[in-house]
Every structure is written in C-alpha cells, then in structure tokens.
Design a protein around this ligand. Sequence first.
Ligand code: ADP
Ligand code: MG
Length: 707
Amino acid sequence: MGALPPETPLASIRSISRFAPRLKNLGLVTVRDVLFHFPARYEDYSEIYNIADLIPNQEATVQARVDEIEGRRAFRRNLYVVEALLSDDTGSIRAVWFNQPYIRNILGPGRVFNFSGKVTQSRTGEIHLSSPTYEAANSFGGTKHTARIVPIYPETRGLTSKGLRFMIKPILDEVRPLPDPIPADILGRHGLPDIMAALRGIHFPTTLEEASSAKRRFAFDDLFYLQLFNLDQKMALADQKAPAVALDLPFVKDLLGHLPFALTLSQKQALWEILKDLEAARPMNRLLQGDVGSGKTVIAAIAALSAAHAGHQAVLMAPTEILARQHYLTFRKFFPEHEGGVALMTASDRRLYFGHDLETAVTKEKAAAEALSGRAGIIIGTQALIQKGLAFKDLALVIVDEQHRFGVNQRAQLVRQEAGGKREEIPHFLSMSATPIPRTLSLTLFGDLDLSLISEMPKDRKPVATKAVGPAERSRTYAFIKDQAKAGRQVFVVCPRIEPKAEETPDDIQKLEMRSVKEEFEKLKTKIFPELRIGMLHGKLRAAEKEKVMRDFADGKTDVLVTTAVIEVGVDVPNATVMLIEGADRFGLAQLYQFRGRVGRGEHQSYCFLMTESDAKNLGGRIKAIVSAKNGFDLAERDLRMRGPGEFLGSAQTGMPDLAMKAIQNPDLVKEAREDAAAILKTDRELSRHPSLKKEMARFTDRVHAE
Ligand code: ADP
Ligand code: MG
C-alpha cells in the first residue's frame, strides 16, 4: 500500500491522464472515484488449462508460448485479422483477433503469455481462442486480466473493462489507505471486511466468496448511511416547532357530512392520525400511502381545510399541472361552501374562489398577493411554482402528491419565504403516495416518515378485469372498445412515446414495440374508430392545450384519449372504463400498475388490456405479475422477492444504489443497520467522534439532495 492521496485527480497521473476525459464521462474524476467504480460482474479465469484439455464454448485461460504470429487483411476489406499459433507442453491452438493489428507487435514469437477467452469451434470442427485477453505470464504484482477472477466493468465508449483493470490495479496498490467510515466494532459484529480489504475484494478478488463479502460490505454501507440520514432528519425535526392547528371536530364532521360518500374505515383512521399530528406544536412528517383510487385526495383536502379553518394556510403540490387542476376541482366539487379562499396556481392557469363566489381567473401577481396576504387559505399548484418564490402569511401544512422526499431544509425554505421571514416554526408535512412499497422497503427509504396506510378500497369498487393481448387479438379488442364507447364509456390508449424517429421503418417500430401517440392517434381517428371522438395528450403539447385535452376528456367530450405516460399519476376520470396499454413490455411494473389504476374508479366494470407485439403467451414476468396481482401491496411484496426493489420502483425513483437495493431484500440487515445508526447518533449526534463517517455522510447527503 502506498501514499497516493485518494483525492488526486486522475488527469494528473501520467499513465492515466489520456483516459481522463473518458473517465469523466463516467463521472470519475479522482482516484477515489475509480476505486468506487465497481465491477458489474466477474469472469472466472482463475484455473489455468492445458491446451489439450480445452473444450468448445468454455471460457478459459491457457499459459502458452507464441510460436507464430501474422496479420492479414481478410476478404472483406474492412477486416484485419491477426492470427497466432500458441502452444504449451500438451498441445497447440490458434488464437484470432480482429481489427487489432498492433497485437502483432506486442506478442513476440517465443515469449510466454496468459491468454483468457472463449474457446470457439469453427465450421470445420477445429477449435481456436477468439479475441483472448493476453497478459505477460509473470506480470509484476500479479495478473489483472488473466489467470484469475477478472472483474468486468460497466463500459463506456472508448473505455474497456481491460482499460479499467489496467488503471485500477496499480491505483489499489498505491493509494494511501482510506480511513474506514464504519466503526470497526460494527464491521466486526456483522463479519464485514474493512474498507481497503473490501475495495481489493470487489475489484480483484481471489475467490468469488471474497467478492461477495466485499459487495455485502458496500451494500451495508449504503443502508447504514441511509438510516443515519433518516434518523438524523427525524431528530432534527423533533427539535423544531410547528404551528399547532386547533382541531375543530364539529367542523370536520360537517365537511364529512357534505361528501357524497362515507369514508372507509382506513380513510377515517388515516385522517384521524393526521389531524392529531397537526394539533401538536411538533412538525408532522407523515407518508399517506394507499393504493391507486383508495381516496387519498379527500383526506388531504380535509387536512388542508382544517388548517385554513384554524386561521393558517396550506399548500398542496402536485407533480403536473393536470393533477394540480384536478385537485383544485376536487375542492370545488366537494367543498363549494368553504369560507376561505382556494387558489390554483400553475404556469398556465391561475384561479381563485371564495366560499360561494364563482371562481375568477387571476393574474400571477394577484394569486401571489392573495397567498401573501393570507386571504387564500389553500394554494394548489405544481411543485416548481410553489417552491420557486411564492410567499405565505402563515403556512402550517405542506402536502406533496407523489413525491416522497421533502427535507427539513426545503420546508424551512418555504417558511422563510413567508412575510416577515424570520419565523421559528416550520410547516407540517404530508406526503401522498400510491406506490405500494412493502414495509421493509419503506422503513429503509422513508425511515424518517411516519406512515398512515389506506388499506382498503371504497366498498363498491369492482376489480379491473386485466388481460394480456397479442397481435392476433387486436381487432377483437378494438371491437370491444367500440362497444364500450357506444355505451357511453371512455377509453385510455397509452403508448410508450410521442412520435417515431425519422429513420425508423414500420417494421422497426413493431419490433421495438414502440408505438407512438401521434401515429396511433392518426390511425385510430381515420381507420379504426372514425365515428368516435379521439383526443391526444403528450408532454410536448403546450400547457394550455394539455389542459383543454384533459378537460374535454374529463367532461366526456372525447371518447378515446391517446396518451403517453403523462397520464400515469393520479388522473381521475370515473367514467373511463378501458385502459389499453401499447407495448406493455416497455413499461415498468409500477407504471403498469399506475396506468391500470386510471380505470375502475366509478360504478362501471372496467378493463385493462396489456398489448404486446410478440405472442401474448411469451409475456414477460412483469405482465404476468400485473395480470394476477390482487392489489399493489401484494404485487410489491411479490416483486420484491422476485427481482428486488430496483425493478419495481426503478432506481431513479428511489435513488438507491443497486447494491443497497439488493440488500433491502435482507430485512435483518436493514434492521441491524438501523439499530447501529441509532446507537451512534444517541451518543454522538454530531458525529464529532466519528470524523470519517461524518465526512462520508456529507457526501451521502449531497447525493440524496442531487436527486
Ligand atoms: P388516489 O388515492 O389514487 O389519489 P383519489 O383520491 O383520486 O384516489 O380517489 C379516487 C376516487 O374515489 C375519487 O373520485 C374520489 O372522489 C373517490 N372516493 C374517495 N373516497 C371514497 C369513498 N370512501 N367512497 C367512494 N368513493 C370515494
Ligand atoms: Mg392521487
């Protein structure tokens, strides 16, 4: 081990500097960065074979002398072939490389090298090594590419696995040992290797067990950091104050009495938990989780009305304009007599209503002024708009739909925008999510949040009949849709993208299963359903157009809405009974589940068709899972067991590194990481006695915030 500082820029290391720009594309700038660039898998070339024992199709290493080597242009002019004859004591074999003429100069006749690669059989029955990796047999400091377990890295243009091994091996030998952020007693208790052993083990393991123990160590790291982060947030919140929202029970009962339905038992339970939290002068930090269509919005609405009724303000943030508008309409529909002001604020649409007044369209300035004066007790809008500089008089509650993380700092930020700007309190926080996350996972990802669960659907809901459909059944499906539309129902058609690429042929599109909104819209309108009213929705439309398309569909002025995944979250049109998903294999499980949740929201039986271009019998596991899933939680548990949470949530959504995502499947490890983190924070809240852990946490926090 050496003295190379881990923060050394790769560009300043002579043997590496020429790769620096390509490394930067991978996000690798310093020595430390490459050390934490982990292999995706390994090839086991550790056994050295006798040439005489090689059999076709195996991956093997031989140690052999180069007897002859020559290069030539192949018949096809753009192919240059280098061919060598290799031999050991037991026999000889040919090796072949393509378009690497320089190999002739490296592998001199008479010298001995290790060769690792695939044993390939030609049509004549003769075997050869195809494009084997080669390396001097007596490499100083041990081999990197052959005669060992070889790491295979995720590659980028112009940077091969071999290139990465070439760089990482000497760096591992020469780097100044990193201090271990995880205390030794914790590592000892879990039987995990220390950081340098783990780094060597993950890059250049001598056994596969060593590699997996190293992986386990790094997975633990991420779980542990995440738990520390969550617990720290939780403790930080416990030190904060929030406006206590007085609970007026008769008022709440009156609101409930005006609803056209009775709340389900678990809706009542969740509402009660939220109202009790709001009453306290400690900030609520709660996740309201419930299957799509389980009725979260009305719960959030009552919480917001309570806050406004008690003289404070509440904001409700939605991920899209469509949803913000829909939430606003929910207030208008269910609570038209609410005395305070309710404002909608999106980039393209600003409206305001007070009690019995008809709503008025307002300017941006006017809406902002109403928020600032406190006349608008409830402000509904897109996240971007509200976070970007809207100020309030007395903000007591922040509700966020379909986005989980909203840290202490972000909340403090919103309050700082309030008039006066120096209040000590931060608002209560309620997050809503329809993503059914199994309990282990939500403890890990959202360990800082309390959980309210809506575990049942409104009574009269019928399950959505779900069916996988292959090309042969397409016309029958269209006929069915026509019947539904004639009976007055409405239909969603979801496509994987907006438009085809210019160079694609219809064949490509079919193969890729990438039908597009624009093409399907044209086809349905002119050929398939000329008598129906077809609408089109996608992200490239101007906001006002989107708005109109959505309103027409909600008002029953269109029969079929052809759309991209923008429809995914939250859209509520109870009269829609058919969801047709094109290229269903292209979507993630969570997405498919959300799509299906767009129907089955009203009194009529609903249907979901999952289309694939391939034979429906060969559908992927995801589609089978969704076809047979009873509810989101059932699906999530199953998927978690089957493939790990990455596939279900998509790591983009969770921001969890792959290794940790896998580790979540081990609930004991999650629990232990949580306990370890709690124990440390209990005695060393500022981590001042754990300086390298503190440093690591600063890095981790940056990563979380970067998402
Ligand atoms: P989600 O939880 O997916 O956000 P919504 O809040 O959009 O679901 O509710 C779905 C639909 O169910 C809405 O039309 C809503 O008015 C209705 N709804 C909510 N609660 C009930 C209930 N207890 N009984 C009947 N319908 C309900
Ligand atoms: Mg919703």
